[in-house]
Each structure stands twice: as C-alpha cells, then as structure tokens.
Ligand binder design. Sequence first.
Ligand SMILES: CC(C)=CCC/C(C)=C/CC/C(C)=C/CC/C(C)=C/[C@@H]1[C@@H](COP(=O)(O)OP(=O)(O)O)[C@]1(C)CC/C=C(\C)CC/C=C(\C)CCC=C(C)C
Ligand SMILES: Nc1ncnc2c1ncn2[C@@H]1O[C@H](COP(=O)(O)OP(=O)(O)OP(=O)(O)O)[C@@H](O)[C@H]1O
Ligand SMILES: [Mn+2]
Length: 310
Amino acid sequence: MLQLPRPTQPTQPLASIEEAYELCRQITEKYSKTFYLGTLLMPPEKRQAIWAIYVWCRRTDELVDGPNAKLTTPETLDRWEDHLESVFAGHPLDDADVALVDTLKRFPMDIAPFRDMIAGQRMDLYRSRYETFEELNLYCYRVAGTVGLMSSAVLGVDERYRTAPWEKDQPLYIPTEEAIALGIANQLTNILRDVGEDAGRGRIYLPLEDLKLFDYSEEDLFNGVIDDRWRALMRFQISRARKYYDEAERGIRALSPDSRWPVWSALMLYQGILDVIEMNDYDVFTKRAYVPTAQKMLFLPVAWLRAQAL
Ligand SMILES: CC(C)=CCC/C(C)=C/CC/C(C)=C/CC/C(C)=C/[C@@H]1[C@@H](COP(=O)(O)OP(=O)(O)O)[C@]1(C)CC/C=C(\C)CC/C=C(\C)CCC=C(C)C
Ligand SMILES: Nc1ncnc2c1ncn2[C@@H]1O[C@H](COP(=O)(O)OP(=O)(O)OP(=O)(O)O)[C@@H](O)[C@H]1O
Ligand SMILES: [Mn+2]
C-alpha cells in the first residue's frame, strides 16, 4: 500500500468509502499503537477521519523514511504534491484517497499544512544536520506541527469556550498554536527516542549548537558515548520537549468535549516516552524507549479524569 504515487487516472475501480476507511484503520493500527489507541476513544466519524489523515501522513513520511526511500527524488515529491491537488479537487487516485476525499467533504480543511508537510519531507532529502534549534523547529513544524493543524479540523472546538469566557459575544478560542505545539513536542520526543537509529543513517537531528554547548562532539554521538556531558545534553532536550507538551495541554480544554480524552491520552502516551528515556539512563543508542502496553492502559483513566476536570 505504501507505494510511490501514481498521479494519473485510476486504472481500476476504486474501493468503496467503507472499504477505504477500513484500509486506513488497518494501516493506522499496524503503524502506530499510540495514535490508534487515541482514535479508539473518539466518536466514529472523527475516528475514521483521523485514520484517513494518518494514512496520508504515513505515506508522505514513507517516501523519505520508508524502505524505498532511496528511490525518492525531489520530482517524486512534486508528483506527490500533484496527487494531493487531485485529492483536494475531489478526485481520488487510489483506494486510500477515497477515504481522504470523503474526510475533506465532512471536515473542510486548508491544503496548506499538507503542502507544508511535503516541504518538511523535502528537507530530509537534502539535510542531515541542523545548526540551531530555530532551524530544527521549522522542520518539526513542517513534519509534525502540520499534523496538529490537520487534526484540529476534525477534533473541533468547544462552542462554549471563548477568548473571554464571561463575554458571550467574544470569538471562539481556536487552539492553533497549542495544536502545533503538540506536534512539535511529539516530533522532539521522536527525535530523542531515535537518536541511535538516525545516527546509523548518518543523521543528527539534535541542534549542533546544543552539542557544542555541552562539549559533546558528532564523533561522540556516532560512537554512542553515554557520559555526564551526554546526560546533561539529553536533560536539556527533554526539558525543552516538555515545555511544548505544557503549552499543548493548555489548549485541550478549548477542544470539543468528545476530543479531549483522545488527545489527553495521545499526549500522555507519547510524553511517556521521555520518562522511559530517563529510566534508561539516556541510552537511546542500544535501547528503544517505548511505553509498554499495560502501562499505556493505565494512562487512559488518568487521561479521562484530566479531560473532565481541566
Ligand atoms: C489521537 C490523534 C488526534 C492523533 C493524530 C494522529 C495522526 C493523524 C498522526 C499522523 C502521524 C504521522 C504518520 C505523521 C508523519 C510524520 C511523522 C512520522 C511524524 C511523527 C509522528 C510519530 O509517529 P511514530 O512514533 O509512529 O513515528 P515512527 O515513524 O514510528 O518513528 C510524529 C512524532 C508527529 C505526530 C504529531 C501529531 C500526532 C500531532 C498531534 C497534535 C494534535 C492531535 C492536535 C491536538 C490539539 C490540541 C489543541 C492540543
Ligand atoms: N508495547 C510494546 N511492546 C513491545 N515492544 C514494543 C512496544 N511498543 C513498541 N515496541 C517496539 O518498538 C517497535 C515499534 O516502535 P514504535 O515506537 O514506532 O511503536 P508503535 O507501536 O508504532 O508506537 P508509536 O505509536 O508510539 O509509534 C516495535 O517493533 C517493538 O520493537
Ligand atoms: Mn511508530
């Protein structure tokens, strides 16, 4: 399913809308236990829409990160952008598109975050280092902050939540920055979890200015050196990621009531990866930090309580 795009007319009859959503469900379940669990806590229409968005994001990511990534060129991404235009014009080119076309009808969305994500994947084609956090932040917005923007259209806002709650004629509060912040927090977490894996591909996402600040060299990183310099550097990165989670948390109360539990859950589960990295004494070279399934389940009632109370 995660093949290169075909920006032509479909040659075979496409799946029905139900079949297309079932395909998206299966792909989401297979690729992400965390987000899939979050979607199971949503009402059916929102859940299906998030699966459709997930699959588009996953396909985009696979072009530069998947098994066939070596075949991907800037032209491949140009064609994927044409494919996107076709979907936004209401013309699905393959089975997964059928679900996204339906989702866009139910939850109208701006194409900009989709284009921005492709721009983020383009960065992966020509960059393997980030000098400053500002540069990394732009990358994180493009590949992950955009997911927050896409999802927001589906999650919806609380009709009663206004910029000044005591003023009835105040505009509704739309937590755009907080949605982007959750995407960035997730991406920073992902980067910390995958330091070793990325180093194996010659990639460093940690800002080089931070490496210098802690007197830790690229060579140290490629050798997987874990010492006090590394621990201090990782503590710094983790605390930065947590600030983005804090910002995101403040936006959840403005979401539709039926979206708060799934988002709190996804947030807590993904943030949990940072705690595991700490428990692993910052060894992200030989261990993969993940939240065990039993612990994931324990997070759910806590997330539910937060969704009611906050
Ligand atoms: C429950 C819910 C609403 C989930 C949204 C699910 C969704 C549509 C996810 C798309 C994820 C995806 C495939 C993105 C492509 C780029 C990429 C890979 C980004 C990284 C995701 C990590 O996935 P994983 O650990 O499986 O990575 P590996 O490839 O296995 O290494 C990211 C870290 C980014 C994910 C970003 C989000 C899910 C955005 C979250 C923000 C919101 C849901 C907005 C909430 C609103 C407020 C107001 C807080
Ligand atoms: N709950 C788990 N139990 C055992 N191994 C796990 C678990 N979660 C992740 N892993 C390990 O990590 C690999 C997948 O990593 P990843 O973190 O992408 O998991 P995931 O289930 O997709 O969750 P996420 O939604 O956080 O990405 C698995 O192949 C496995 O080795
Ligand atoms: Mn995953």
